[in-house]
Design a protein. Structure first.
Length: 167
């Protein structure tokens, strides 16, 4: 008798919203996230310049894209414009049309509720990894003033809203 195990393939999504150190720290704290790459993502057209972002590799059998969307929108300024949006583009960078549809549906639903989400949905074009010394920023510097001021409060939000997805 041969047993066959079905294992969901790992998926990935690009996320930009604020400082990539913050975004990296948030998504590294989640179950079902296998890897977070931190650096700069480019898209196309008006968004062809690099912007701080991460690529999240995740197992959709453990944590869904919908949950990742909710967490991303919750943990950065997804409804406000500011002068640093070029460096800190609020975006989902998609790798396929299914992701595009799921994200668009989620944002549309939130906007119908009056949330005013301005986060863009963009095609992924390229990625440049940050310098080794800046990777795993929160994991290696949890007590640093920057981490305490900016990253820890985002993780505290998750304790209230998405506790079941925290490691």
């Amino acid at each position: 008798m041969v047993l066959v195990y079905h294992q969901q393939m790992e998926e990935k999504i690009g996320l930009g919203g604020g400082c990539h150190w913050c975004t990296e720290g948030v998504f590294q704290s989640l179950i079902g996230v296998a890897q977070v790459e931190q650096g700069w993502i480019t898209s196309n057209g008006d968004n062809a310049s690099p912007s701080e972002a991460i690529i999240v590799h995740f197992n959709p059998d453990v944590i869904s894209l919908e949950v990742l969307i909710d967490i991303h929108l919750l943990t950065h300024s997804s409804a406000s414009s500011h002068s640093m949006r070029g460096k800190y583009r609020s975006a989902f960078y998609t790798f396929d049309k299914n992701q595009l549809g799921t994200i668009k549906s989620s944002i549309d639903s939130k906007n119908q509720e009056g949330q005013g989400i301005i986060t863009q949905i963009l095609p992924f074009v390229s990625f440049e990894l940050n310098k080794e010394e800046f990777l795993n920023y929160y994991q290696t510097r949890k007590e640093a003033p920057f981490c305490q001021k900016f990253i820890s409060p985002k993780l505290e939000k998750l304790l209230v809203s998405h506790r079941e997805f925290l490691k």
